[in-house]
Design a protein around this ligand. Structure first.
Ligand code: BGP
Length: 460
């Protein structure tokens, strides 16, 4: 294999989120998010009744985790602030939260690990959900206000900020396919919710520009599921364009280029899905674009023409249908397609369609169910499959960088196995395992040692 070296100062790190790792979800001044409440109402929906109460107890164990990150040589780490911890009632700042996050971020900095901090990772506060959540325009200004408070409290420690993680996953899971709270199934509402999240992002960027943080940059993290059509036929190509517009360009275009694509506006109008907007929204979207983009890549999206097309479409499957590519390779431990080639396509898309804006892989990783079965005699998890997965993806990323794409980092999901919404601890992704039966004990996996070597060599 050829030697593949990555650019100087490349960010090597890992990603996580507050609700999936911190624990202490109802103590230390934190108020409930939709996850805490939903678990209270319907615990059986959660894998093995594993709720968000304790997760991996980073609230207590962050110093140990940061020391382990330093051992592996990570130079960056992405996590999020919990809105419900920082501003439990949406108005007052919780001093305990300020102390916790300041100590956490300072510990990272002390170990030469750059904190990249996201403001929202699926964790809508319950008090705001009770007032309509993202369906209500009020959520836009509430979010911008929370963002401003976060910039004021932590702007001296954190230079790279992120408004949202995967807003579209929240739209789809919460308002289209019914698998996250509030489990509404309504295309029109989904579009309105997505539009409000886009505005919340926009006005948080405005707050960031006003905060004037020295050396600060702001971006957004999107899930990128590159869309491939089944055939070259006009109907499959039309389905591909609709899927691409709704799943990728709906956020990427306004965030980077400052406008919602015309063909998306047209698609929404034809299908009677145009969201309610206010005068001035478009100007704000144009004015407050991002400095960088994070892209979470796990798997591609393959589509074909819908078997039951309809106008107006009541659900996206009347515009495009998912299609199973016969030649696909599957991760047998999670069921998702493995297609590392897409990372090259993504890199080229960023280079050619988005002005070669700086971007990074903000999540990439391999989920494995019941991973304890891969423990070797010494008790370490021997996850060669994960090493192969990362290596293959990095090869295609490298190819994209060699072709001139402006990618500045790679973050794997995740550092320590974490809680994942309804899936609880079912799918493990970490470079370290966590033992839920033994005080959240962490242990490095084979992939962690490999990652260390990767960072030392700045490639492989
Ligand atoms: C991403 C989310 C993460 C994480 C990951 C793994 O979409 O940003 O929060 O959950 O997916 O997902 P899962 O645990 O369902 O395999």
């Amino acid at each position: 294999m050829a030697i593949m070296l990555f650019p100087k100062n490349f960010l090597w790190g890992a990603a996580a989120s507050a609700p999936q790792t911190e624990g202490h979800s109802s103590t230390n001044g934190k108020s409930p998010s939709i996850w805490d409440k939903w678990f209270e109402i319907a615990p059986d929906k959660f894998y093995q009744r594993q709720g968000p109460e304790n997760t991996s107890d980073v609230y207590d164990l962050y110093l140990e985790d940061v020391a382990n990150m330093a051992k592996l040589g990570l130079n960056s780490y992405r996590t999020s602030i919990a809105w419900t911890r920082l501003m439990p009632d949406g108005v007052h700042v919780n001093p305990e939260a300020v102390t916790f996050y300041r100590q956490y971020f300072q510990a990272l900095l002390d170990h030469h690990i750059e904190p990249i901090i996201n403001l929202f990772h699926f964790d809508m506060p319950w008090w705001l959900m009770a007032r309509g959540g993202w369906e209500s325009r009020e959520a836009v200004s509430k979010f911008a206000n929370y963002a401003q408070v976060a910039f004021e409290q932590f702007g001296d420690l954190v230079k790279r900020w992120v408004t949202f993680n995967e807003p579209l996953v929240q739209v789809k899971a919460g308002y289209l396919y019914g698998f996250h709270y509030p489990a509404v199934v309504n295309f029109r509402k989904a579009v309105q919710v997505g539009y409000h999240m886009l505005l919340a992002h926009t006005f948080a960027v405005q707050a960031f520009r006003q905060a004037n943080i020295a050396g600060g940059q702001i971006g957004i993290i999107l899930d990128v599921t590159p869309v491939y059509a089944k055939t070259e036929s006009a109907s499959d190509q039309r389905a591909q364009r609709a899927a691409d517009l709704l799943n990728i360009r709906s956020f990427l275009d306004p965030a980077v280029l400052g406008h919602v694509p015309d063909d998306l506006l047209e698609l929404l109008e034809v299908n009677q899905l145009t969201p309610i907007s206010l005068l001035g929204d478009g100007a704000a979207i144009a004015a407050y674009t991002v400095d960088f983009i994070g892209l979470n890549y796990y798997r591609p999206k393959r589509v074909q023409a819908p078997t039951k097309p309809a106008t107006p479409a009541k659900m996206p499957n009347e515009l495009y249908e998912d299609y199973e590519w016969p030649a696909r390779r599957i991760n047998p431990y999670r069921g998702w397609e493995i297609y590392p080639e897409a990372l090259y396509d993504v890199a080229i898309m960023m280079r050619d369609q988005y002005g070669n804006i700086p971007w990074f892989v903000s999540e990439n990783g391999m989920g494995v169910a019941n991973e304890a079965r891969f423990k070797d005699a010494s008790g370490h998890i021997n996850d060669q499959y994960r090493i192969d997965f990362m290596k293959e993806h990095l090869q295609y990323l490298h190819k994209g960088i060699a072709a001139g794409s402006n990618c500045f980092g790679y973050h794997t999901w995740t550092f320590v196995d974490c809680w994942s919404w309804l899936n609880g601890y079912h799918n493990r992704y970490g470079l370290y395992s966590v033992d839920l039966d033994h005080h959240y004990q962490r242990q490095v996996k084979q992939s962690g040692l490999w990652f260390k070597q990767l960072i030392t060599d700045n490639g492989f």
